[in-house]
Write a protein of this length. Sequence first.
Length: 136
Amino acid sequence: MILIVNDMKPSDIFKCEKCGDCCKGYGGTYVTEKDIEAIAAYLKTDPKSFIKDYCYMSGRRPVLAQQKDGCCIFWDKLCTIHPVKPKMCKQWPFIKSVLIDVNNWQIMAGFCPGMRIDVPDDIIKECVRKELLKNQ
Ligand code: SF4
Ligand code: SF4
């Protein structure tokens, strides 16, 4: 069933169910310089050591390492760095790639039970825009 409701809020189309599936090996979690500083401080280490011990490089960008089972290195039944988790994790699922191709929303929803798929594309894009603006 397709909803025809204008003025929906981001919270109307996504509610995290805390299943942790997005932390379980679906590709890299990039960390920004700000993320690196915040996480390193939280772990009482320095940015260089943090990158060496907890990341791998994807091209020139550091990405959080994964455990053997594919889970994020910081996943242990919950996110162990929740107060300082990377921007990418905080923004999920309101990310730029949905604006580039709204079909990414449906793909992401395939493993994220908190995302609604019965919402028209233009409303999804509007909600993503709103959240991205809020988090700039
Ligand atoms: S997959 Fe979705 S619902 Fe599950 S923890 Fe991640 S964001 Fe929340
Ligand atoms: S940093 Fe936390 S929220 Fe982000 S992928 Fe790792 S465990 Fe999940």
